[in-house]
Structure formats: structure tokens, C-alpha cells
Design a protein around this ligand. Structure first.
Ligand code: T6T
Length: 325
């Protein structure tokens, strides 16, 4: 069963989930983790506003439900570093682990080891190719987010024609891959916009900036850039700024970090597709606790997205990501 979460309906959603009759995953007994009220969150990378906002949502919900949650984040968005964090859960694993796998294949084995010790697994944001290990997976509809980005870009350019660059993060990142797919599919409906391809950036703003610099040099008719997450967006803005091309090339970003929001206000970005990471964290905890307490669990949950422009940004400030709770 797949459910769509809408903003401001968290309580209603929880009631709906509890009443849901099909496609549910039973909690089962946790073996060694019975009566354990300890949850863990392993996000993709430390000190990043998307994951900080997710952590805030998860912590508030855990407290409300009488659980504690600790967060261990890798220093970089990197499967080897994230594996170290997973392995460090060691012989005293949490009752449930909320995790954003940084690689849709490489993270399966370490997560499997934790699951083998009785820990319930909940995927938040990114997911494995084979998600069957998780009792629940919560993310934005990233394919739709990519489509929304392409439609937004098409609206921005109107009848003008030109080339479009897509900046992805790291191969194996489920979310940004889905955004690229959605964007590329929708772009086919806009023949005035021609893709010059997808560039990986290793999720490093410096690499994104360099790709933009190179694209500006090789493609004089560059009219738009789709940056599939906040790091690629921040790098793209730097590349455009360095070349004096701010406002001449439309930049549509994903996420709503403080620096992206500032960039939207001062014209570096023309639009942002904001996620609701706090809701993803909150629902991650709700699903984990439901699994632990043998209550109905929903296998797949979709959090809402919001297209934000300079014109509507003040009315959408609740979707801006946090630097701290
Ligand atoms: O866009 C988010 C997240 O959804 C994605 O999976 C990885 O990048 C972010 O954390 C933003 O940097």
C-alpha cells in the first residue's frame, strides 16, 4: 500500500494509517529489542539542513511517543562512511533504525546485518533498490518533483529556446536519480528546451560550480539548469555568479536550505522545489513505533513537495529548512 501525506495532516494521517486495512506489515516480535525504547537515525550526511530538519521532526515525534532517538551522521555523503556508522550500532542495536541509504546497492549488506539482530528498518528519503528489508519507506515523490521542476522551468522561459543542463549528485542515489528521470521525461513535452545531458557532481558544490562554468563556455545558448539537490544548487549558483550570468540562465533547484532561500530572494534561483523533511522524520518515527508496538504499518509513504518562486516564497516560509531545531 502506498499513501500520500499532505502538509498539516500528520495527525489525520496517523489515524488513517492506524485504520488502514491492507498492505500492512505486522510488527512482529523484536527478540533482543523487546521493551527497547531506543531509536537511531542515520542520515546521509552531517550538518546539512535537509537532514537537520528531518532530525528535528524525528526527535519531536519520538519524545511525544515516549521513545528516545540518537543521530549518527557520516561526515560525507558516502557509503563507506555511512557503513561505519551502521556497523557502530554494534552488539547493542536500537529497537528501530531510521536510515537514508547513501547508495541503493552498497548499503544493503550493512543494513541487513542490523536487521538480523532484530532491529526494525525504516527508510527515510533515499532507499535501496530492494526495499523489502524495510518495514516502511518514506520519501518525497521524487519523480514528480523532477517533472514539476521541468514544468516550472518551461513556464519561466516561455517561448524562448535553449539548452538545459542537469546536475545530479552521485550514481546510486535513489532520490536524485528519480528527479533526473522525472525531469528528463517532462522535458520531452517542451521541444524549445534541449537537454545537454546529466552531469554527476559527487554531491560537492565545488564540482557543480565547475560543471556550470564548463557548460557556460561550451553552450552559449544555455537557458536553464536543474540542480537536483541543495549541494548541486549551491554550486550552480556559485558557477553562475562567477561568470556574471545570474538571472540570464534560469536556475531551478531542489530543496530549500537557508542559502537557497537567500538565493531565491536575491535572484540567483528562479524556483525551488521544497521537500518536507520534518514530516519525513516524523513519519519515520511513527512507522517505526507502529512496527515495534505491533500496530499497522504502511509500507510506502509519500511526503508532499512545494514549488516555490520569489513571488510566493513568503507564504511558503514553513517549508524552509532549518539549521537547528
Ligand atoms: O535533496 C536532499 C535529499 O532528498 C537527497 O536524497 C540528498 O540530498 C539532499 O539531502 C539535499 O542535499
Amino acid at each position: 500500500m502506498k499513501k500520500v501525506l499532505t502538509a498539516g495532516t500528520a495527525v489525520a494521517a496517523a489515524v488513517l494509517l492506524a485504520a488502514c486495512g491492507s498492505g500492512q506489515v505486522g510488527g512482529g516480535s523484536g527478540g533482543a529489542v523487546q521493551n527497547n525504547k531506543q531509536l537511531a537515525l542515520i542520515p546521509g550526511v552531517q550538518a546539512e539542513p535537509f537532514y537537520i530538519s528531518m532530525q528535528c521532526g524525528a526527535e519531536a515525534e519520538a519524545k511525544k511517543l515516549g521513545y528516545t532517538i540518537t543521530t549518527q551522521a557520516p561526515q560525507k555523503f558516502d557509503a563507506a562512511l555511512q557503513t561505519e556508522k551502521v556497523n557502530a550500532l554494534g552488539s547493542n542495536p536500537p529497537a528501530a533504525l531510521l536510515i537514508a541509504p547513501t547508495d541503493d546497492t552498497a548499503m544493503l549488506a550493512p543494513i541487513q546485518q542490523v536487521a538480523n539482530r532484530g532491529t526494525k528498518i525504516v527508510q527515510v528519503d533515499t532507499s535501496l533498490k530492494d526495499s523489502s528489508i524495510a518495514v516502511s519507506s518514506i520519501s518525497s515523490n521524487n519523480t514528480e518533483g523532477g517533472q514539476l521542476a521541468a514544468k516550472t522551468l518551461a513556464d519561466l522561459v516561455g517561448t524562448k529556446s535553449g539548452s538545459v543542463l542537469v546536475l545530479d549528485t552521485i550514481a546510486g542515489t535513489s532520490t536524485t536519480a528519480a528527479r533526473v528521470q522525472g525531469f528528463s521525461d517532462e522535458l520531452k513535452n517542451h521541444p524549445n528546451l534541449k537537454s545537454i545531458g546529466v552531469q554527476f557532481t559527487q554531491n560537492e558544490p565545488e564540482q557543480a560550480a565547475a560543471k556550470v562554468t564548463a557548460a557556460l563556455a561550451s553552450t552559449p545558448d544555455l537557458i536553464g539548469i536543474f540542480a537536483t539537490n541543495l549541494n548541486t544548487g549551491e554550486g550552480a549558483a556559485t558557477g553562475l555568479r562567477n561568470a556574471g550570468k545570474i538571472g540570464q540562465v534560469n536556475l531551478v533547484g531542489f530543496d530549500a536550505s537557508p542559502s537557497e532561500v537567500d538565493g531565491l530572494r536575491n535572484g540567483e534561483y528562479q524556483a525551488l522545489i521544497a521537500q518536507d523533511p520534518a514530516m519525513i522524520g516524523q513519519q519515520g518515527v511513527d512507522q517505526a513505533v507502529a512496527a515495534l508496538e505491533n500496530k499497522p504499518v504502511t509500507k510506502t509513504l509519500t511526503a508532499p513537495l512545494h514549488s516555490i518562486t520569489k513571488t510566493n516564497m513568503d507564504a511558503n516560509s514553513q517549508y524552509f529548512y532549518k539549521q537547528q531545531c
